[in-house]
Design a protein around this ligand. Structure first.
Ligand code: BG6
Length: 493
């Protein structure tokens, strides 16, 4: 590629995200020839470690987590020469001075002042400390070359997100800040835009005249795993809805951008967030349902209740499931409910979007024996990756009878070639493309959307917790949310 020389500096390089996602992503970009010709990954960690020991650790984890495996033997020697372990204390000024010396010496090896990409793969509490130190040591002082990537959660409510944005703006220009929402890097999520605006046949139907409801489900089979202590202060609303589900909703609902310009696309997404009707505090129970898993079984395995997980309080009020009904106050979506739900310890891992079209007002086939299902479009995000259109046809035979059939476009056949979300996003950050990252106003608006729900849930413990069994499809109340409108959740496949 023609990418400029870059020093990639990872804060928290010995952590979980780095080993599972970041190093595999850089490695896969490397073997595909997508990394800059000259680059180094400066891996920062607290411990005093030998560079070679750290490299062996990275290799072991590539063997566990890289999508391409055969290349590890052949390409490892070349790749490892770009990794530098560097001891660093996040809150010590001298550590940043040492880093300055290191980065300058790399610059003289490259022969230019390289671009710098700082990756904050650390807890949210350290973001401000690091930002302040980077400013003081002038490590990111070149706005056209220096970038910072920040993981979610970005703040924990609207107020803290605004504070964090203000603080970051003292060190960085908005154009230097890459706030990650990794769902936006998923191939099937990016495809929503191509599907909607690259075809002439769907967009004319994509509005309240033809669409009855939209459903977005992100179901996880896993529980909180080893993250109980972190999750206790988070919950499904902050962990998934405020970011991933609202971002998917934006992709489904946004107006057509006039170009692929990142500012334009992000503007259209912010429009959606602004148009989401705010739920009044005293009506939260009418629009939102929360759940927490109790013990259960799945495929013959006994599963623990959330309250029995490590790091979780025995009387925890944290929700592991959330479902919300949103309305958008704009012309296109007038009166169309957008149902979103997400949960841990569901029956199976499955994320999908359903566009439910309105029934025919009148039909030759109305009444009688005909099963007039409504037209539906299902976009499977993961692990199934496909798009399904459901429509009616005549059942083959001597009588006239209708039945629903499906037309499927399957991404799955090219699954091995599908880059992981982090590959896409890291490459975009290296190239300076902000489109798939969250701008400050997007994050703040998204917090505003969930604000009253957050307040209501935090201040009113749910006495029914735990209210769904691990390995089930969530609390019963979740169905009521739709039944009131005469709708029901799509159990798609
Ligand atoms: C993360 C959440 O952002 O997304 C996790 O913090 C969740 O709780 C994860 O498990 C799900 O991501 P994916 O890509 O596995 O669907």
């Amino acid at each position: 590629g023609t990418l400029q020389s870059t020093s990639i500096i990872i804060f928290g390089a010995t952590g979980d995200l780095a080993k599972r996602k970041l190093f595999p992503a850089f490695f896969n970009l490397f073997i595909e020839g997508r990394m800059p010709e000259k680059f180094n990954i400066v891996a920062l960690g607290r411990a005093d470690k030998e560079n070679n020991d750290f490299k062996s650790y990275v290799k072991e984890n590539l063997l566990l987590f890289s999508r391409n495996q055969t290349e590890i033997e052949t390409e490892w020697d070349k790749f490892q020469s770009h990794i530098i372990y560097f001891r660093h204390q996040i809150d010590e000024e001298s550590s940043y001075k040492d880093l300055d010396v290191k980065l300058k010496s790399l610059d003289s090896e490259y022969g230019v002042r390289a671009n710098r990409l700082f990756y904050l793969s650390i807890g949210p509490n350290f973001v401000s400390t690091i930002s302040e130190h980077l400013k003081k040591a002038q490590l990111a002082s070149n706005p056209s070359q220096d970038r910072i990537i920040i993981e979610k959660p970005f703040g924990h409510d609207k107020k803290s997100a605004i504070e964090l944005n203000n603080l970051l703006s003292k060190t960085f220009e908005e154009e230097q800040i890459y706030r990650i929402d990794h769902y936006l890097g998923k191939e099937t999520v990016q495809n929503i835009l191509a599907f909607r605006f690259g075809n002439s046949i769907f967009e004319p139907l994509w509005n309240c005249k033809y669409v009855e409801s939209v459903q977005i489900t992100v179901a996880e089979e896993v529980g909180v795993e080893s993250r109980g202590a972190f999750y206790e202060g988070t919950g499904a609303l902050k962990d998934m809805i405020q970011n991933h589900l609202l971002q998917i909703l934006c992709m489904v609902a946004m107006e057509q951008p006039s170009s692929l310009d990142s500012g334009e696309i992000r503007d259209r997404k912010v429009d959606v967030l602004k148009s989401i009707r705010r739920i009044p505090l005293d009506q939260v129970n009418h629009y939102a349902v929360r759940g927490q898993y109790g013990k259960g079984t799945l495929n013959g395995t006994d599963l623990k209740a959330y309250r029995d997980e490590e790091g979780v309080a025995p009387d925890s009020n944290t929700e592991t499931f959330a479902a919300i009904k949103f309305y958008l106050d704009n012309e296109r979506w007038d009166g169309v409910p957008f149902y979103v739900r997400t949960g841990k310890r569901m029956q199976e891992k499955h994320s999908y979007i359903t566009i439910q079209f309105k029934p025919l007002a009148q039909s030759t086939f109305s009444g009688g024996k005909h099963d007039l299902s409504q037209n539906k479009l299902i976009i499977n995000i993961q692990p199934l990756m496909d798009i399904r259109l459901q429509f009616m046809t005549k059942k083959p035979g001597l009588t006239v009878e209708l039945r629903p059939v499906e037309m499927i476009f399957d991404y799955f056949s090219c699954k091995e070639d599908t880059p992981e979300a982090y590959e896409t996003l890291l490459l975009d950050a290296l190239e300076g493309d902000l489109t798939l990252f969250m701008r400050s106003d997007q994050v703040e608006e998204a917090w505003d959307v969930v604000k009253t729900i957050q307040e209501s849930w935090e201040n009113n413990p749910d006495p029914s917790f735990p209210n769904y069994a691990a390995g089930s499809s969530g609390p019963q109340e979740c169905n009521l949310l739709l039944q009131r409108e005469d709708h029901s959740w799509e159990h798609a496949h």
